[in-house]
Design a protein around this ligand. Structure first.
Ligand code: PMV
Length: 328
């Protein structure tokens, strides 16, 4: 019986075009506003979960290293939810690997909790719908809700656990966009996103940002569906700037940018003014995601490598949904 309680899943990280920042419910991670993102193909987390009555506690290994304390506690909280639903109490061994370089600050909590939710719920014998799986992943990391469905995804904020989940608004092949990720010089260990969401409301700008979110979501969704890059670029940069305005005016103030971040923002602005289609968006870290129609990716990536402070440029096309794989 115990030997059968195993499953392996793969999920991609995602980059938000319209950002999630701030919760209405900190525990369930019900967001203050809806968000839209694209999954990142080629970058992935692979997670194997095995429940067994022989284990004395949950264990977590990430990229070959055992993780304890808060990292493990966050995983156990999600496993508890699954055990509660499945009606058993066995502990689990969780083994997770990212194929993207650690230490580059590429957000891994989205792919991590999407892969964990799928592997653990399958191992536990629960047959969850995509919406249920997305809601489950959300409780581990809000943005993980968006790494469950494939391609271009919208997270509907909802009001409670069941109504706050993400769904695909277009498949990966809908639009050949590339995310050129400019990895910039090392930052100090900044406030993580969980801490950031908790202080979003202390900024006087957050209420205005949230009040305007439905309008931005609508523009972004339409631009995506119509493959209108100019509209997309304009709303994506506005939305990123609005989130960083909130971060910069929170208590404590959160400044995630490094000199290289600003150098890329300036360069991308100049390139677009000169007619090259590219726009930037930045999460809770110093790296800059530069979105471009894929045919322009080689030129933009080469130019980004020349910007002072840029260490490396990764490229990702739209990615598929979280999926089960054979262990190995
Ligand atoms: O899912 P979390 O709690 O790591 O929050 C993600 C927050 C941002 O990456 C800054 C924005 C987003 O929507 O992904």
């Amino acid at each position: 019986m115990s030997a059968e309680r195993n499953a392996t899943a793969i999920a991609h990280p995602n980059i938000a075009f319209i950002k999630y920042w701030g919760n209405r419910d900190q525990v369930l991670r019900i967001p203050a506003n809806g968000s839209i993102s694209m999954n990142l193909d080629g970058l992935e987390t692979r997670t194997t979960v095995g429940f067994s009555p022989e284990l004395g506690r949950d264990t977590l290994t990430l990229n070959g290293e055992e993780i304890k304390e808060s990292g493990l506690a966050r995983v156990s909280t999600l496993l508890d939810r699954i055990r509660g639903q499945a009606g058993f109490t066995d502990y689990a061994q969780v083994i997770s690997e990212n194929n993207f370089p650690t230490g580059t600050g590429i957000a891994s909590s989205a792919s991590a909790f999407a892969a964990l939710a799928l592997a653990a719920s399958t191992a536990a014998g629960l047959a969850l719908s995509e919406a249920e799986l997305s809601a489950l992943a959300r409780t581990g990391s809000g943005s993980a809700s968006r790494s469950v469905p494939g391609g271009f995804v919208e997270w509907y904020p909802g009001e409670d656990h069941a109504s706050s989940y993400a769904a695909s608004i277009a498949p990966p092949e809908h639009w050949a966009l590339t995310d050129c990720i400019a990895v910039v010089s090392e930052a100090h260990k900044a406030t993580g996103s969980t801490g950031g969401h908790a202080v979003a409301e202390t900024s006087p700008l957050q209420a205005a940002r949230v009040a305007d979110a439905v309008r931005r979501l609508e523009i972004c969704r339409t631009a995506l569906l119509e493959r209108d890059f100019e509209q997309l670029a304009d709303i994506v940069e506005l939305d990123s700037n609005m989130m960083h305005a909130v971060m910069l005016t929170s208590q404590p103030r959160l400044l995630y940018w490094q000199p290289g971040t600003v150098a890329v923002m300036r360069a991308v602005t100049e390139w677009r003014q000169a007619g090259l289609p590219a726009c930037y968006t930045i999460d809770a870290g110093p790296n800059v995601h530069v979105l471009v129609p894929s045919e322009h990716a080689p030129v933009i990536a080469a130019r980004l490598e020349e910007v002072p402070g840029v260490l490396e440029v990764l490229q990702a096309a739209p990615g598929g949904p979280a999926r089960l794989v054979n262990p190995g």
